[in-house]
Design a protein around this ligand. Structure first.
Ligand code: 2P0
Length: 348
């Protein structure tokens, strides 16, 4: 699939659109890249429902590229700069992007620094608006190709964003699955027993992380364990696929936790080491293990690039598990965000 054909030869016109796109939580982690936004291993994620970004973009013809961005009504020049740099990176392929001025109004349903990936929802919402704009110039439908293009454009803005373009479960990166690609994500269907998973996010700390994910990916280049990690991730990916397909919640949960701990082990052992988990993250993990030993209930955790835990469990067990979370775990947290598997982006 060419990303730019047939767009490179068109000319801009004025257009407005708005998309809501959710965040996602990786079950098998993307951590390390080859070349330009190509993942070192395949990853697999669940798209969330309640945590999303809503982005409205007004495209106007102009003499030079300019981007103004308002987050919850406040002008944000830093984010505007990121979007502008992203569009500049596409100009070689679509030269007339240089003749656009953009006004972007965006808002998140979740607060910044809560362990929910705002780059995944934010960049996919913007890429969906851009794809909508490109398709408005050709009159093409919003079919499979639309979402493939949106995922491809999302990936170039932020890797994990390419997985948010589809609801349910999504994979990204070359694997044994049919139609897998390093360039865009693909939706993935799971066993009915695992189709309705909950995600209770324990916000342990809302402090902004000290090392960006971009820098974390970069540190994998010189990492002593990089090759072993990429092999482990490929193996975990295949095991996770088989667990989700067969409805094996125990296998799913074991891989989920091992992936989270491996991701953070990579951070701790990278050439310039750093640690994002906090004492309360560890305390909560120990309590989850004890709860599982005592009750046999399938409650598992994962971590994004931060100290906050995502607690994953099947909806059918939510009553007992939510009681445990609110009685035992909530004292360790600043707050808890309740989310679950969602259906993917919508045009607003
Ligand atoms: C993931 N993360 O698979 C992993 C797990 C965080 C931990 O992808 O450089 O913001 O923009 O492509 O996607 C976070 O990295 O990195 C991430 P870029 P991104 O979700």
């Amino acid at each position: 699939m060419s990303l730019t054909t047939p767009f490179e030869k068109l000319s801009p016109k004025d257009f407005e659109t708005c998309w809501r796109s959710p965040s996602n939580i990786a079950f098998v982690k993307y951590w390390g890249k080859k070349g330009h936004q190509i993942p070192a291993n395949p990853s697999l994620s669940m798209t969330l429902k309640e945590c999303f970004t809503e982005t409205k973009v007004a495209f106007k013809k102009s003499d030079a590229l300019s981007v103004e961005l308002f987050l919850e009504g406040n002008r944000e020049d830093r984010f505007a700069g990121k979007v502008k740099a992203y569009l500049e990176s596409l100009i070689t392929d679509i030269p007339w992007l240089n003749n656009l001025s953009l006004v972007i109004n965006t808002k998140n349903t979740f607060p910044h620094g809560t362990g929910i990936a705002s780059s995944a929802s934010g960049m996919s919402a913007f890429a969906l608006c851009l794809t909508d704009y490109l398709h408005s110039l050709t009159g093409e439908e919003q079919g499979d190709l639309f979402f493939k293009r949106a995922s491809h454009l999302s990936r170039l803005a932020s890797g994990s964003a390419c997985r948010s373009v589809y609801g349910g479960f999504t994979t990204w990166g070359e694997s044994d699955l049919p139609e897998s690609s390093d360039k865009y994500a693909t939706p993935f269907s799971v066993h009915p027993d695992l189709a309705h998973l909950k995600d209770s996010v324990l916000v342990i700390s809302g402090v902004e992380k000290t090392v960006s994910s971009r820098s974390g990916h970069g540190r994998m280049n010189e990492h002593a364990f990089a090759e072993a990690r990429f092999l482990q991730a490929k193996k975990d990916f295949n095991l996770m696929v088989s667990a989700l397909k067969s409805g094996d919640v125990e296998l799913m949960g074991n891989i989920l936790e091992n992936e989270a701990l491996s991701l953070h082990a990579m951070m701790m052992t990278s050439p310039e080491s750093y640690m994002l988990i906090r004492p309360n993250t560890l305390a909560a993990m120990e309590m989850i293990w004890a709860f599982r030993r005592e009750t046999g209930l399938p409650l598992y955790f994962t971590l994004d690039a931060g100290p906050n835990l995502h607690l994953i469990y099947p909806e059918v067990f939510q009553h007992k598990i939510k009681t445990f979370i609110s009685h035992e775990l909530s004292p360790l947290t600043q707050k808890i965000i309740e989310d679950e598997r969602g259906e993917g982006p919508v045009k607003c």
